[in-house]
Design a protein around this ligand. Structure first.
Ligand code: ADP
Length: 312
């Protein structure tokens, strides 16, 4: 098969591993910087052009779209969908997962376990928002944050009010969440490929920190999931319409709760911590999808994939 990995840089660990996994399985792989792609969207045969040439006879695309480039990145993925090319994640799934609030609303509609979460536009409603999540301590999150930046633990009601007021004063969108103390500064990254969790790692925050992100100095090890945790992770990915997803959950007293669903989950941390060839699992999944597609002869755009939930 001919694969395209949409990524800003071929030297990034995840990009490199995906290319390696393609080659190990006898395929060709080209790394394409999606910000350098341009598109012919008006013609009867839609095209993506790169370095002056159309990208044609591509069998599958693996999008690795950076959070700050979602708008253009998803447009490029959508163009491949219009061309009938198989994509590891479709453009809608990627867009959905980038908005934490939307993500939470969709998961809640499907009955997936979530921490009690509240959101308001006006600072006049701060009291109500804080009460909704059961008062302090509570967690405040910037909707646009990643890697734990903009995730704050407010120990007291006064601190919570001050932080919410400050963020809202800067016009930043935030959500307020119950603090799941019993998680003990740990979360679990479940790596979903297709309808399965292919591996999972438990990340532990360093002492004095409640955020377990590896970028914040957390440590990671392979973890065995309960059946409930497994099904929570696969249902969350399915709800978002993602075939490849990193689903972050924490263990609360009322079962596993989902914090986030990531559509371009990094491979470095998880492959190192678990020893599982996650890149290989992704390629294997796409091979199967591709073979199924060939026998089904489904028209472009409709099949992409069996799972999207059409919310827009
Ligand atoms: P980001 O997307 O920036 O990583 P998260 O929502 O995943 O933000 O939060 C970062 C980390 O903070 C999580 O991995 C988890 O360890 C911790 N955390 C987040 N929300 C809560 C919460 N409600 N209760 C307890 N810990 C939390």
């Amino acid at each position: 098969m001919k694969f395209v990995v949409l990524s800003r840089k071929s030297s990034l660990y995840s990009t490199r591993r995906l290319v390696e996994a393609c080659q190990e399985r006898g395929h060709t792989a080209q790394v394409v910087d999606y910000l350098r792609c341009y598109m012919d969207i008006t013609s009867h045969s839609p095209k993506v052009l790169y370095q002056g040439k159309p990208l044609d006879s591509v069998d599958a695309v693996i999008p690795r779209i950076g959070a700050s480039q979602t708008f253009y990145g998803t447009a490029v993925v959508r163009q491949f969908e219009m061309m009938g090319v198989l994509t590891a994640n479709d453009s809608q799934g990627i867009s959905r997962s980038r908005d934490k609030l939307r993500c939470m609303q969709l998961l809640s509609r499907q009955g997936v376990g979530l921490p009690v979460t509240s959101f308001a536009h006006s600072t006049k409603d701060i009291d109500g928002v804080i009460d909704t999540v059961g008062g302090a301590p509570l967690v405040i999150k910037l909707l646009e944050g990643t890697q734990g930046i903009g995730v704050i633990l407010a120990e007291t009601r006064k601190a919570a009010e001050a932080v919410i007021e400050a963020f809202r004063g800067m016009n930043a969108n935030i959500l307020v969440q119950e603090y799941v103390k019993e998680a003990g500064g740990a979360d679990i990254r479940c790596f979903v490929v297709g309808e399965r969790v292919v591996t999972a790692m438990r990340r532990q925050a360093p002492p004095g920190e409640f955020r377990s992100n590896l970028h914040r100095g957390g440590s990671a090890e392979k973890v065995k999931l309960t059946p409930e945790e497994r099904s929570t992770a696969t249902r969350a990915a399915k709800t978002m319409g993602l075939s490849v997803a990193g689903v972050d959950i924490i263990r609360s007293n009322h079962g596993p709760v989902v914090l986030e669903v990531n559509s371009s989950p990094g491979l470095e941390g998880i492959e190192e911590a678990t020893g599982v060839n996650v890149a290989g699992k992704i390629i294997e999944f796409l091979e199967k999808r591709f073979a199924k597609r060939k026998t089904k002869k489904t028209p472009p755009m409709e099949e992409n994939d069996d799972m999207p939930l059409n919310d827009d």
